[in-house]
Ligand binder design. Sequence first.
Ligand code: URA
Length: 181
Amino acid sequence: MRTLEKIGEEIEKCPECKKNKFGLPVSGEGNPNAKIMFIGEAPGREESKTGRPFVGRAGKLLTELLDSIGIKREEVFITSPVKYYPGKRKLTTKEILHGRKHLLKQISVIKPKLIVALGNVALKALFPDKKLSITKIHGESIYADKIYFPTFHPAAALRFPKIKKLIKKDFCKLKKIIKEL
Ligand code: URA
């Protein structure tokens, strides 16, 4: 039986993950028995320096959004499909699908009841066969093997005030869903 630590070691050693990437691996952090997982995109520069997910500007907003619905970071598990900082460029489908393999292992160990997909990259990693668009489906739960809740990536909310309003609304909906878990 794999543990989160073992998966973390596999990520650290994974040659495919390291291709054209920078800094420390960021495998994720939080409660290993979390009911809720938050899935982002890929670590940024700040994350690659510390090895911790969502510690840069987008991370601060995520922490604030969690606070606003009464959740502490330590209660949930936060990660992303891509485990290394790719630099300032668009991720390829190949690297998202590779990251998916590590992500699925983490999900199968943590066994969350609810997965919050932050943006299109998370959606692609979780539902690779479907062409889902965060703009179209954000804020509505998807009931499958567990509950999936798509919303925007906090980095998009930092860039566009309109998206910031929408993500705040989505988090209000999320609060209700979490109450019923
Ligand atoms: N964006 C992500 O998707 N993950 C991080 O860890 C930081 C920013």
